[in-house]
Design a protein around this ligand. Structure first.
Ligand SMILES: Cc1ncc(COP(=O)(O)O)c(C=O)c1O
Length: 367
């Protein structure tokens, strides 16, 4: 089976974990601090606060940015549920603005239009999600945020190393949050981190991540135990060194698909604007005029994994019915019925990439 994901764990990661185990200092400690500094530097932000996963990173960042019950945070309906769940954790309301049909990302024009018509003072922040490894139009989103005095939290769970004109996705807003789940562009087992520009905001996030602690057994807010362990951080320190290489291989695999699948007019391949460095957490195609589900079944029959990322817009989630607001999400709802992601991870051989592409072409030839 050609799988959708295969985390790479080398001898260096194993040795680093072993060293932490032998040290006896396995919980949150000096190795986590080292990882926070290294990842913040990679992410072009001043401060890093490591967490148990990407979801808790988003929650801690929202709390640190003072998102309160009743506030509204504008985000995308086309994402993993954790993005908007983190808003609900703050008893705030997610407001969904529809996606751009080509990029699948928050549409800056629709965001501007939405705020122009609907802005009120309960709107406190924007959460763009750099889905599939491609950055949102951050220069425009930041300009809109400035106009309305809104905070910006970038969800970078799928975009480690993505760039716009040489600037890292995650270095534009007030905060950015990453996931290190094993399927992501780099891993720490489970894990996450929030990055900040401002030291005071980072200190607040650190407090929320550690039970709201201000001193030993003294707590001034309701906090959580969202601390990363030294064991995870040790894996992360080795994975950072490999991240650019992993991304280069993902980009190479994607370029091969772009070339081999280019002639098939029922497939819409990923679009990347000039100046954007896509890191292909997912290689997501859209089927126009052919059945996504039939192609997925055909691939499965040929031992090739694929995934529908995502089959629903957030506005269709039963739990969200009375808990969110949205203007219109026709594009998100329609794309959710047509998208299919194929394996693009760095562990694929060239023969496997060719097999995936030729099997897709054979599916269309057989029609
Ligand atoms: C866009 C997005 N946001 C947030 C998360 C949450 O990260 P985690 O699974 O580490 O909690 C994910 C993880 O899949 C994600 O894809």
């Amino acid at each position: 089976m050609i799988s959708m994901a295969k985390p790479f764990i080398g001898e260096e990661e194993i040795n680093a974990v072993t060293a932490v185990m032998r040290s006896g200092m396995i919980a949150c400690g000096a190795v986590v601090t080292e990882f926070e500094i290294a990842f913040a530097q990679y992410g072009e932000m001043a401060h890093g606060v490591a967490t148990t996963n990407g979801t808790t990173a988003l929650h801690a960042a929202l709390l640190a940015l003072d998102i309160k019950p009743g506030d509204k945070v504008i985000t995308t309906p086309f994402t993993f549920i954790a993005s908007s769940n983190s808003i609900l954790f703050c008893d705030a309301t997610p407001v969904f603005v529809d996606i751009n049909p080509d990029s699948y990302l928050m549409d800056a024009d629709k965001l501007a239009e939405y705020l122009d018509k609907n802005y009120d003072e309960s709107m406190k922040a924007i959460m763009p999600v750099h889905l599939f490894g491609l950055a949102c139009d951050m220069p425009r989103i930041m300009a809109i945020a400035k106009q309305y005095n809104l905070k910006v939290i970038e969800d970078c769970a799928q975009s480690h190393g993505a760039e716009i004109d040489g600037k890292k996705a995650g270095s534009f807003g007030d905060a950015s949050c990453f996931s290190f789940y094993p399927t992501k562009n780099m891993t720490t087992g489970e894990g996450g981190i929030c990055l900040f520009k401002d030291e005071e905001i980072a200190k607040k996030a650190r407090k929320y991540v550690n039970h709201g602690r201000v001193d030993q057994y003294l707590h001034d807010v309701l906090g959580f135990n969202y601390r990363m362990t030294n064991i995870s951080a040790a894996i992360g320190l080795e994975q950072i060194k490999r991240l650019d290489g992993f991304n280069q291989k993902r980009r190479f695999n994607a370029a091969t698909y772009n070339e081999l699948l280019a002639g098939q007019d029922q497939l819409v391949l990923p679009a990347v604007n000039d100046g954007y460095k896509h890191v292909y957490h997912q290689y997501t195609m859209r089927l126009e005029g052919a059945s996504r589900d039939e192609l997925q079944a055909y691939l499965k029959a040929h031992d090739i994994g694929s995934a529908v990322v995502y089959p629903f817009s957030m506005t269709e989630q039963p739990f969200y019915k009375d808990r969110c607001e949205y203007d219109c999400d026709d594009v998100a709802q329609s794309h959710a019925t047509k998208v299919l992601s194929i394996p693009v991870h760095p562990g694929l051989t060239e023969a496997e990439v060719s097999k995936v592409a030729s099997t897709i072409l054979a599916f269309f030839d057989a029609k």
